[in-house]
Design a protein around this ligand. Structure first.
Ligand code: AHR
Length: 502
Protein backbone atom coordinates (compact mmCIF):
# COMPACT_ATOMS: atom_id res chain seq x y z
CA UNK A 1 0.00 0.00 0.00
CA UNK A 2 1.34 3.45 -0.93
CA UNK A 3 1.71 6.15 1.70
CA UNK A 4 1.95 9.93 1.38
CA UNK A 5 2.36 12.76 3.85
CA UNK A 6 1.28 16.38 3.86
CA UNK A 7 2.22 19.11 6.32
CA UNK A 8 0.22 22.31 6.51
CA UNK A 9 0.71 25.45 8.55
CA UNK A 10 -1.41 28.60 8.46
CA UNK A 11 1.78 30.70 8.23
CA UNK A 12 2.99 28.87 5.13
CA UNK A 13 0.80 30.54 2.54
CA UNK A 14 1.12 31.30 -1.15
CA UNK A 15 -1.33 34.18 -1.07
CA UNK A 16 -4.91 35.29 -1.37
CA UNK A 17 -6.80 33.47 -4.12
CA UNK A 18 -8.36 35.82 -6.65
CA UNK A 19 -11.89 34.54 -7.22
CA UNK A 20 -11.35 35.16 -10.95
CA UNK A 21 -9.28 31.95 -10.96
CA UNK A 22 -12.57 30.13 -11.56
CA UNK A 23 -13.53 32.05 -14.68
CA UNK A 24 -14.73 30.69 -17.99
CA UNK A 25 -15.03 31.62 -21.64
CA UNK A 26 -17.79 31.95 -24.23
CA UNK A 27 -16.74 32.56 -27.82
CA UNK A 28 -18.91 33.14 -30.86
CA UNK A 29 -17.90 29.70 -32.02
CA UNK A 30 -19.86 26.53 -32.71
CA UNK A 31 -22.87 26.10 -30.43
CA UNK A 32 -21.46 28.06 -27.48
CA UNK A 33 -23.84 30.98 -27.93
CA UNK A 34 -26.45 29.79 -30.45
CA UNK A 35 -27.79 26.47 -29.16
CA UNK A 36 -25.76 26.81 -25.95
CA UNK A 37 -26.66 29.72 -23.71
CA UNK A 38 -29.19 31.09 -26.25
CA UNK A 39 -31.94 29.15 -27.96
CA UNK A 40 -35.22 31.01 -28.43
CA UNK A 41 -38.02 28.50 -28.77
CA UNK A 42 -36.37 25.99 -26.43
CA UNK A 43 -38.85 24.81 -23.76
CA UNK A 44 -36.73 26.41 -21.02
CA UNK A 45 -35.93 29.67 -22.87
CA UNK A 46 -36.77 32.91 -21.08
CA UNK A 47 -38.22 35.97 -22.82
CA UNK A 48 -34.75 36.97 -24.03
CA UNK A 49 -34.13 33.52 -25.53
CA UNK A 50 -31.64 32.32 -22.91
CA UNK A 51 -31.92 28.71 -21.78
CA UNK A 52 -32.76 28.42 -18.10
CA UNK A 53 -31.57 24.81 -17.86
CA UNK A 54 -28.10 25.92 -18.99
CA UNK A 55 -28.24 28.93 -16.69
CA UNK A 56 -28.96 26.64 -13.71
CA UNK A 57 -25.88 24.53 -14.43
CA UNK A 58 -23.75 27.66 -14.86
CA UNK A 59 -24.98 29.26 -11.65
CA UNK A 60 -24.01 26.17 -9.69
CA UNK A 61 -20.43 26.66 -10.90
CA UNK A 62 -20.44 30.19 -9.43
CA UNK A 63 -18.36 31.49 -12.35
CA UNK A 64 -16.95 34.90 -11.37
CA UNK A 65 -15.94 36.07 -14.85
CA UNK A 66 -16.59 35.05 -18.47
CA UNK A 67 -14.25 35.98 -21.31
CA UNK A 68 -16.13 37.10 -24.44
CA UNK A 69 -16.58 37.21 -27.52
CA UNK A 70 -13.36 35.33 -28.53
CA UNK A 71 -10.92 33.70 -29.08
CA UNK A 72 -9.85 33.55 -32.69
CA UNK A 73 -13.26 35.00 -33.61
CA UNK A 74 -12.40 38.37 -32.09
CA UNK A 75 -9.53 39.08 -34.50
CA UNK A 76 -12.01 39.72 -37.32
CA UNK A 77 -14.92 41.04 -35.25
CA UNK A 78 -16.43 44.51 -35.60
CA UNK A 79 -17.93 45.20 -32.20
CA UNK A 80 -20.22 47.81 -33.77
CA UNK A 81 -21.99 44.97 -35.64
CA UNK A 82 -23.24 43.63 -32.33
CA UNK A 83 -25.23 46.66 -31.14
CA UNK A 84 -28.47 48.36 -32.19
CA UNK A 85 -31.68 46.73 -33.45
CA UNK A 86 -31.11 43.02 -34.06
CA UNK A 87 -32.91 43.15 -37.46
CA UNK A 88 -30.36 45.61 -38.82
CA UNK A 89 -27.23 43.85 -37.59
CA UNK A 90 -25.05 42.50 -40.40
CA UNK A 91 -24.42 38.82 -41.01
CA UNK A 92 -20.71 38.30 -41.54
CA UNK A 93 -18.35 35.56 -42.58
CA UNK A 94 -16.30 34.47 -39.61
CA UNK A 95 -12.93 33.62 -41.12
CA UNK A 96 -11.63 32.11 -37.88
CA UNK A 97 -14.04 29.18 -37.89
CA UNK A 98 -15.37 29.28 -41.51
CA UNK A 99 -18.93 29.91 -40.33
CA UNK A 100 -21.53 32.70 -40.56
CA UNK A 101 -22.07 35.04 -37.63
CA UNK A 102 -25.57 36.53 -37.42
CA UNK A 103 -24.85 38.94 -34.55
CA UNK A 104 -28.23 38.05 -33.06
CA UNK A 105 -26.54 37.97 -29.66
CA UNK A 106 -24.37 41.03 -29.13
CA UNK A 107 -22.91 43.17 -26.42
CA UNK A 108 -26.21 44.19 -24.77
CA UNK A 109 -27.65 40.70 -24.82
CA UNK A 110 -24.45 39.20 -23.44
CA UNK A 111 -24.20 41.82 -20.68
CA UNK A 112 -27.80 41.06 -19.71
CA UNK A 113 -27.08 37.32 -19.72
CA UNK A 114 -23.94 37.82 -17.59
CA UNK A 115 -25.87 39.79 -14.99
CA UNK A 116 -28.40 36.99 -14.78
CA UNK A 117 -25.60 34.41 -14.55
CA UNK A 118 -24.14 36.44 -11.66
CA UNK A 119 -20.85 36.83 -13.43
CA UNK A 120 -18.65 39.63 -14.80
CA UNK A 121 -17.73 40.12 -18.43
CA UNK A 122 -14.07 39.99 -19.49
CA UNK A 123 -14.21 41.63 -22.89
CA UNK A 124 -11.69 41.04 -25.68
CA UNK A 125 -11.04 43.79 -28.23
CA UNK A 126 -9.97 43.13 -31.81
CA UNK A 127 -6.31 43.99 -32.29
CA UNK A 128 -6.11 41.90 -35.47
CA UNK A 129 -8.17 43.39 -38.30
CA UNK A 130 -9.01 46.44 -36.13
CA UNK A 131 -6.98 48.59 -33.77
CA UNK A 132 -6.68 51.14 -30.97
CA UNK A 133 -9.47 53.42 -32.20
CA UNK A 134 -12.16 50.72 -32.13
CA UNK A 135 -10.77 49.53 -28.79
CA UNK A 136 -11.08 52.89 -27.07
CA UNK A 137 -14.55 53.38 -28.61
CA UNK A 138 -15.92 50.16 -27.16
CA UNK A 139 -14.61 51.13 -23.70
CA UNK A 140 -16.41 54.46 -24.05
CA UNK A 141 -19.57 52.68 -25.23
CA UNK A 142 -19.52 50.17 -22.40
CA UNK A 143 -18.19 52.18 -19.45
CA UNK A 144 -18.73 55.91 -19.93
CA UNK A 145 -21.72 57.31 -18.09
CA UNK A 146 -23.20 59.42 -20.89
CA UNK A 147 -22.97 62.70 -22.76
CA UNK A 148 -20.67 61.49 -25.57
CA UNK A 149 -21.32 59.89 -28.94
CA UNK A 150 -20.66 56.28 -27.94
CA UNK A 151 -22.09 56.39 -24.42
CA UNK A 152 -25.26 58.09 -25.66
CA UNK A 153 -25.60 55.45 -28.33
CA UNK A 154 -25.51 52.79 -25.61
CA UNK A 155 -28.28 54.64 -23.77
CA UNK A 156 -30.28 54.95 -26.99
CA UNK A 157 -29.82 51.21 -27.48
CA UNK A 158 -31.50 50.56 -24.16
CA UNK A 159 -28.79 50.49 -21.47
CA UNK A 160 -28.99 53.59 -19.30
CA UNK A 161 -26.34 52.35 -16.90
CA UNK A 162 -22.83 51.58 -18.12
CA UNK A 163 -21.89 47.90 -18.33
CA UNK A 164 -18.85 48.75 -16.25
CA UNK A 165 -16.57 46.07 -17.71
CA UNK A 166 -13.42 45.97 -15.62
CA UNK A 167 -11.18 43.43 -17.35
CA UNK A 168 -10.20 43.71 -21.02
CA UNK A 169 -8.11 41.48 -23.30
CA UNK A 170 -5.91 43.28 -25.82
CA UNK A 171 -6.63 40.92 -28.70
CA UNK A 172 -6.17 37.15 -28.81
CA UNK A 173 -3.19 34.90 -29.64
CA UNK A 174 -1.67 37.53 -31.92
CA UNK A 175 1.48 35.42 -32.44
CA UNK A 176 -0.43 32.65 -34.25
CA UNK A 177 -0.41 32.32 -38.07
CA UNK A 178 -4.07 31.13 -37.83
CA UNK A 179 -5.00 34.55 -36.47
CA UNK A 180 -6.46 37.26 -38.69
CA UNK A 181 -3.70 39.87 -38.98
CA UNK A 182 -1.01 37.98 -37.06
CA UNK A 183 1.69 40.29 -35.73
CA UNK A 184 5.31 40.14 -34.74
CA UNK A 185 6.03 40.66 -31.04
CA UNK A 186 7.20 44.19 -31.74
CA UNK A 187 4.17 45.08 -33.87
CA UNK A 188 1.79 43.64 -31.32
CA UNK A 189 3.58 45.20 -28.36
CA UNK A 190 3.28 48.67 -29.91
CA UNK A 191 -0.41 48.25 -30.82
CA UNK A 192 -1.18 46.87 -27.35
CA UNK A 193 0.63 49.81 -25.79
CA UNK A 194 -1.24 52.44 -27.81
CA UNK A 195 -4.63 50.73 -27.51
CA UNK A 196 -4.11 50.12 -23.78
CA UNK A 197 -3.04 53.70 -23.20
CA UNK A 198 -6.16 55.10 -24.87
CA UNK A 199 -8.49 52.57 -23.23
CA UNK A 200 -7.16 53.54 -19.79
CA UNK A 201 -7.46 57.23 -20.66
CA UNK A 202 -11.18 56.58 -21.28
CA UNK A 203 -11.54 54.59 -18.05
CA UNK A 204 -8.60 54.46 -15.65
CA UNK A 205 -10.25 51.79 -13.48
CA UNK A 206 -9.92 48.99 -16.06
CA UNK A 207 -7.33 46.18 -16.07
CA UNK A 208 -5.69 44.99 -19.27
CA UNK A 209 -4.42 41.61 -20.41
CA UNK A 210 -1.67 41.49 -23.04
CA UNK A 211 -1.41 38.45 -25.32
CA UNK A 212 1.37 36.10 -24.36
CA UNK A 213 2.29 33.28 -26.73
CA UNK A 214 -0.66 31.18 -27.83
CA UNK A 215 1.17 28.14 -26.49
CA UNK A 216 4.39 26.96 -24.94
CA UNK A 217 5.19 25.12 -28.19
CA UNK A 218 5.33 28.19 -30.42
CA UNK A 219 8.79 28.72 -31.93
CA UNK A 220 8.70 32.32 -30.71
CA UNK A 221 7.69 31.41 -27.13
CA UNK A 222 9.75 33.36 -24.63
CA UNK A 223 11.11 35.85 -27.13
CA UNK A 224 7.51 36.91 -27.86
CA UNK A 225 6.78 37.63 -24.20
CA UNK A 226 10.03 39.53 -23.72
CA UNK A 227 9.78 41.67 -26.85
CA UNK A 228 6.10 42.53 -26.62
CA UNK A 229 6.39 43.38 -22.90
CA UNK A 230 9.38 45.55 -23.67
CA UNK A 231 6.87 47.68 -25.63
CA UNK A 232 3.80 47.60 -23.36
CA UNK A 233 4.87 46.64 -19.82
CA UNK A 234 3.75 49.92 -18.27
CA UNK A 235 0.30 49.88 -19.86
CA UNK A 236 -0.80 46.32 -19.02
CA UNK A 237 -1.64 44.40 -15.85
CA UNK A 238 -1.65 40.74 -16.89
CA UNK A 239 -0.10 38.52 -19.54
CA UNK A 240 -2.28 35.79 -21.03
CA UNK A 241 -1.26 32.15 -21.20
CA UNK A 242 -3.14 29.38 -22.99
CA UNK A 243 -2.70 25.61 -22.69
CA UNK A 244 -4.65 22.56 -23.88
CA UNK A 245 -3.68 18.91 -23.38
CA UNK A 246 -4.73 15.70 -25.07
CA UNK A 247 -4.24 11.96 -24.79
CA UNK A 248 -4.39 10.71 -28.38
CA UNK A 249 -2.17 7.67 -27.65
CA UNK A 250 -4.11 6.46 -24.62
CA UNK A 251 -1.16 6.85 -22.24
CA UNK A 252 -3.02 7.65 -19.02
CA UNK A 253 0.00 7.98 -16.64
CA UNK A 254 1.71 10.32 -19.14
CA UNK A 255 -1.48 12.32 -19.67
CA UNK A 256 -2.07 12.78 -15.94
CA UNK A 257 1.46 14.15 -15.58
CA UNK A 258 0.75 17.04 -17.97
CA UNK A 259 0.01 19.44 -15.13
CA UNK A 260 3.77 19.42 -14.49
CA UNK A 261 4.19 21.05 -17.89
CA UNK A 262 1.56 23.61 -16.89
CA UNK A 263 3.46 24.43 -13.70
CA UNK A 264 6.73 24.92 -15.61
CA UNK A 265 4.94 27.07 -18.20
CA UNK A 266 3.52 29.38 -15.51
CA UNK A 267 6.88 29.72 -13.80
CA UNK A 268 8.66 30.50 -17.08
CA UNK A 269 6.21 33.26 -18.05
CA UNK A 270 6.38 34.75 -14.54
CA UNK A 271 10.18 34.83 -14.84
CA UNK A 272 10.02 36.61 -18.19
CA UNK A 273 7.56 39.20 -16.83
CA UNK A 274 9.90 39.84 -13.92
CA UNK A 275 12.95 40.00 -16.20
CA UNK A 276 11.31 42.74 -18.28
CA UNK A 277 10.21 44.53 -15.11
CA UNK A 278 13.77 44.31 -13.82
CA UNK A 279 15.23 45.66 -17.04
CA UNK A 280 12.82 48.61 -16.85
CA UNK A 281 13.60 49.25 -13.16
CA UNK A 282 9.84 48.98 -12.66
CA UNK A 283 8.20 48.61 -9.25
CA UNK A 284 5.17 47.11 -10.94
CA UNK A 285 4.60 43.33 -11.06
CA UNK A 286 2.55 41.76 -13.79
CA UNK A 287 0.25 38.83 -13.10
CA UNK A 288 -0.88 36.01 -15.36
CA UNK A 289 -4.29 35.53 -16.92
CA UNK A 290 -4.53 31.83 -17.78
CA UNK A 291 -7.48 32.67 -19.96
CA UNK A 292 -7.65 29.44 -21.97
CA UNK A 293 -7.01 26.07 -20.38
CA UNK A 294 -8.53 22.64 -20.70
CA UNK A 295 -8.28 19.25 -22.38
CA UNK A 296 -8.91 19.53 -26.13
CA UNK A 297 -8.38 16.78 -28.70
CA UNK A 298 -11.43 14.50 -28.86
CA UNK A 299 -13.21 16.55 -31.53
CA UNK A 300 -10.27 17.45 -33.81
CA UNK A 301 -10.92 14.92 -36.60
CA UNK A 302 -14.68 15.41 -36.54
CA UNK A 303 -14.32 19.20 -36.86
CA UNK A 304 -12.44 18.92 -40.15
CA UNK A 305 -15.33 16.88 -41.60
CA UNK A 306 -18.00 19.28 -40.30
CA UNK A 307 -16.36 22.32 -41.88
CA UNK A 308 -15.72 20.43 -45.12
CA UNK A 309 -19.39 19.56 -45.40
CA UNK A 310 -20.96 22.81 -44.24
CA UNK A 311 -18.51 25.65 -44.82
CA UNK A 312 -20.03 29.00 -43.73
CA UNK A 313 -22.83 27.23 -41.85
CA UNK A 314 -24.35 28.71 -38.70
CA UNK A 315 -23.69 27.44 -35.19
CA UNK A 316 -22.06 24.22 -36.37
CA UNK A 317 -21.30 21.59 -33.70
CA UNK A 318 -17.60 22.44 -33.55
CA UNK A 319 -15.07 21.57 -30.82
CA UNK A 320 -17.64 19.36 -29.08
CA UNK A 321 -15.24 17.27 -27.01
CA UNK A 322 -17.00 14.58 -25.00
CA UNK A 323 -14.94 14.40 -21.83
CA UNK A 324 -14.12 11.17 -20.07
CA UNK A 325 -13.12 10.37 -16.51
CA UNK A 326 -9.35 10.73 -17.00
CA UNK A 327 -9.94 14.21 -18.46
CA UNK A 328 -11.64 15.19 -15.19
CA UNK A 329 -8.59 13.99 -13.26
CA UNK A 330 -6.22 16.12 -15.34
CA UNK A 331 -8.57 19.11 -15.01
CA UNK A 332 -8.42 18.56 -11.23
CA UNK A 333 -4.62 18.60 -11.37
CA UNK A 334 -4.67 21.73 -13.52
CA UNK A 335 -6.81 23.46 -10.89
CA UNK A 336 -4.40 22.31 -8.17
CA UNK A 337 -1.53 23.73 -10.25
CA UNK A 338 -3.27 27.07 -10.51
CA UNK A 339 -3.88 27.17 -6.76
CA UNK A 340 -0.19 26.45 -6.19
CA UNK A 341 0.61 29.50 -8.32
CA UNK A 342 -2.16 31.71 -6.95
CA UNK A 343 0.33 34.44 -6.03
CA UNK A 344 0.80 35.25 -9.74
CA UNK A 345 -2.11 33.63 -11.56
CA UNK A 346 -4.96 36.02 -10.83
CA UNK A 347 -7.35 35.18 -13.65
CA UNK A 348 -8.04 31.84 -15.32
CA UNK A 349 -10.75 30.86 -17.77
CA UNK A 350 -11.60 27.26 -18.46
CA UNK A 351 -12.11 27.18 -22.24
CA UNK A 352 -14.94 27.13 -22.71
CA UNK A 353 -18.30 27.05 -20.85
CA UNK A 354 -21.02 25.50 -23.02
CA UNK A 355 -20.75 22.93 -25.87
CA UNK A 356 -17.37 24.16 -27.19
CA UNK A 357 -14.68 22.19 -25.26
CA UNK A 358 -16.95 22.72 -22.30
CA UNK A 359 -18.06 21.39 -18.93
CA UNK A 360 -21.72 21.81 -19.99
CA UNK A 361 -23.32 20.17 -23.03
CA UNK A 362 -26.70 20.74 -24.61
CA UNK A 363 -28.84 19.24 -27.35
CA UNK A 364 -30.71 21.71 -29.53
CA UNK A 365 -34.32 21.46 -28.39
CA UNK A 366 -33.26 18.88 -25.78
CA UNK A 367 -31.47 18.58 -22.46
CA UNK A 368 -28.43 20.11 -20.81
CA UNK A 369 -26.01 18.08 -18.73
CA UNK A 370 -22.70 18.25 -16.86
CA UNK A 371 -19.65 16.64 -18.44
CA UNK A 372 -17.07 14.87 -16.26
CA UNK A 373 -14.84 17.99 -16.07
CA UNK A 374 -17.71 20.02 -14.59
CA UNK A 375 -17.15 18.44 -11.19
CA UNK A 376 -13.57 19.43 -10.31
CA UNK A 377 -14.30 22.95 -11.54
CA UNK A 378 -17.41 23.16 -9.38
CA UNK A 379 -15.58 21.85 -6.31
CA UNK A 380 -12.62 24.21 -6.74
CA UNK A 381 -14.89 27.20 -7.34
CA UNK A 382 -16.98 26.37 -4.29
CA UNK A 383 -14.29 25.40 -1.80
CA UNK A 384 -11.11 26.88 -3.28
CA UNK A 385 -11.59 30.43 -2.05
CA UNK A 386 -9.55 32.12 0.65
CA UNK A 387 -5.82 31.70 1.18
CA UNK A 388 -3.80 29.25 -0.90
CA UNK A 389 -1.59 27.31 1.50
CA UNK A 390 1.92 26.13 0.68
CA UNK A 391 1.88 22.47 1.67
CA UNK A 392 4.84 20.17 2.03
CA UNK A 393 3.82 16.99 0.19
CA UNK A 394 5.81 13.79 0.28
CA UNK A 395 4.57 11.20 -2.16
CA UNK A 396 5.99 8.16 -3.96
CA UNK A 397 6.69 8.98 -7.60
CA UNK A 398 6.67 7.36 -11.06
CA UNK A 399 8.36 7.92 -14.40
CA UNK A 400 6.45 8.20 -17.66
CA UNK A 401 6.98 9.09 -21.32
CA UNK A 402 7.78 12.78 -20.82
CA UNK A 403 8.56 13.15 -17.11
CA UNK A 404 10.45 11.56 -14.29
CA UNK A 405 9.55 11.83 -10.61
CA UNK A 406 5.83 12.47 -11.07
CA UNK A 407 4.21 12.37 -7.61
CA UNK A 408 1.39 9.82 -7.45
CA UNK A 409 -0.38 12.21 -5.09
CA UNK A 410 -1.00 15.66 -6.50
CA UNK A 411 -2.37 17.77 -3.66
CA UNK A 412 -2.79 21.24 -2.25
CA UNK A 413 -4.84 23.04 0.39
CA UNK A 414 -6.84 26.21 0.97
CA UNK A 415 -7.60 28.04 4.20
CA UNK A 416 -11.18 29.22 3.72
CA UNK A 417 -12.37 32.51 5.21
CA UNK A 418 -14.48 30.78 7.90
CA UNK A 419 -11.37 29.05 9.30
CA UNK A 420 -12.07 25.71 7.65
CA UNK A 421 -9.43 23.99 5.53
CA UNK A 422 -10.05 22.22 2.21
CA UNK A 423 -7.64 19.71 0.71
CA UNK A 424 -7.75 18.99 -3.03
CA UNK A 425 -6.02 15.81 -4.14
CA UNK A 426 -5.64 13.64 -7.23
CA UNK A 427 -4.34 10.10 -6.91
CA UNK A 428 -2.61 9.39 -10.24
CA UNK A 429 -1.99 5.74 -9.39
CA UNK A 430 -3.97 3.45 -11.70
CA UNK A 431 -4.20 0.61 -9.18
CA UNK A 432 -3.43 1.48 -5.57
CA UNK A 433 -5.09 3.65 -2.94
CA UNK A 434 -2.78 6.06 -1.13
CA UNK A 435 -2.93 6.26 2.66
CA UNK A 436 -2.48 9.98 3.33
CA UNK A 437 -1.44 11.47 6.65
CA UNK A 438 -1.91 15.21 6.90
CA UNK A 439 -0.47 17.25 9.74
CA UNK A 440 -3.02 19.93 10.64
CA UNK A 441 -1.90 20.67 14.20
CA UNK A 442 -1.41 24.37 13.41
CA UNK A 443 -5.12 24.85 12.78
CA UNK A 444 -6.55 23.95 16.20
CA UNK A 445 -9.59 21.77 16.54
CA UNK A 446 -10.54 20.77 13.01
CA UNK A 447 -12.60 17.70 12.21
CA UNK A 448 -13.10 16.03 8.83
CA UNK A 449 -16.65 16.96 7.82
CA UNK A 450 -16.85 15.92 4.20
CA UNK A 451 -14.93 13.81 1.71
CA UNK A 452 -16.05 14.07 -1.91
CA UNK A 453 -14.62 11.55 -4.37
CA UNK A 454 -14.85 11.46 -8.16
CA UNK A 455 -13.91 8.01 -9.42
CA UNK A 456 -14.95 5.60 -12.14
CA UNK A 457 -13.52 2.15 -12.85
CA UNK A 458 -13.28 3.01 -16.55
CA UNK A 459 -10.97 5.95 -17.42
CA UNK A 460 -12.89 6.38 -20.68
CA UNK A 461 -16.33 6.65 -19.01
CA UNK A 462 -18.37 9.70 -20.07
CA UNK A 463 -21.63 11.45 -19.18
CA UNK A 464 -24.41 11.90 -21.73
CA UNK A 465 -27.93 13.25 -21.94
CA UNK A 466 -29.33 9.80 -21.11
CA UNK A 467 -26.70 9.04 -18.41
CA UNK A 468 -25.79 12.45 -16.97
CA UNK A 469 -24.57 11.04 -13.65
CA UNK A 470 -22.41 8.19 -14.94
CA UNK A 471 -19.30 10.02 -13.70
CA UNK A 472 -20.37 12.07 -10.72
CA UNK A 473 -19.11 12.73 -7.20
CA UNK A 474 -19.78 10.33 -4.35
CA UNK A 475 -19.18 10.42 -0.61
CA UNK A 476 -15.73 9.24 0.50
CA UNK A 477 -14.48 7.76 3.74
CA UNK A 478 -14.11 10.96 5.83
CA UNK A 479 -10.88 9.82 7.44
CA UNK A 480 -9.84 9.90 11.07
CA UNK A 481 -8.41 12.78 13.11
CA UNK A 482 -6.00 12.02 15.90
CA UNK A 483 -4.16 14.84 17.70
CA UNK A 484 -4.32 17.13 14.68
CA UNK A 485 -3.17 14.35 12.30
CA UNK A 486 -5.64 13.37 9.61
CA UNK A 487 -5.43 9.85 8.18
CA UNK A 488 -7.45 9.25 5.06
CA UNK A 489 -7.47 6.85 2.15
CA UNK A 490 -7.28 8.41 -1.32
CA UNK A 491 -8.70 5.87 -3.78
CA UNK A 492 -6.72 4.82 -6.86
CA UNK A 493 -7.40 7.18 -9.81
CA UNK A 494 -9.57 9.73 -8.10
CA UNK A 495 -10.23 13.43 -7.55
CA UNK A 496 -10.82 14.28 -3.90
CA UNK A 497 -12.11 17.20 -1.87
CA UNK A 498 -11.56 16.85 1.87
CA UNK A 499 -13.24 19.43 4.06
CA UNK A 500 -12.06 20.05 7.62
CA UNK A 501 -14.20 22.30 9.77
CA UNK A 502 -14.25 23.49 13.38
O1 AHR B 1 -10.86 28.01 -27.35
C1 AHR B 1 -10.75 27.67 -28.69
C2 AHR B 1 -9.68 28.47 -29.43
O2 AHR B 1 -8.41 28.10 -28.96
C3 AHR B 1 -9.72 29.96 -29.24
O3 AHR B 1 -10.58 30.59 -30.13
C4 AHR B 1 -8.30 30.35 -29.52
O4 AHR B 1 -7.93 31.52 -28.82
C5 AHR B 1 -7.48 29.15 -29.16
O5 AHR B 1 -6.59 28.81 -30.15
Amino acid sequence: MKKAKMILDRDFSIGQIDKRLYGSFIEHLGRAVYGGIYEPGHPTADKSGFRRDVMDLIRKLDVPIVRYPGGNFVSGFNWEDSIGPVETRPRRLDLAWATTETNEVGLHEFAEWAKDAQTEVMYAVNLGSKGPDEARNVVEYANHKGGTYWSDLRIKNGAKDPFDIKLWCLGNEMDGPWQMCQKTAYEYGRVAREAGKMMKWVDSSIELVACGSSSHDMPTFGAWEYQMLDECYDQVDHVSIHRYYGNPTGDTPGFLARSMDMDAFIKTVVSICDAVGGKKHSKKKLNLSFDEWNVWYHSNAQDKEIVKQDKWGKALPLLEDIYNFEDALLVGSMLITMLRNADRVKVACMAQLVNVIAPIMTRNGGGAWAQTIYWPLLHASKYGRGTALRPIVQSPTYDCSDYTDVPFLDATAVLNSDGSVTLFAVNRDMKENIELTCDLRAFGKLQPSEHIVLHHDDVKAVNSESAPNNVSPKKGTHGKMDNGQLSISIPALSWNVIRLTK
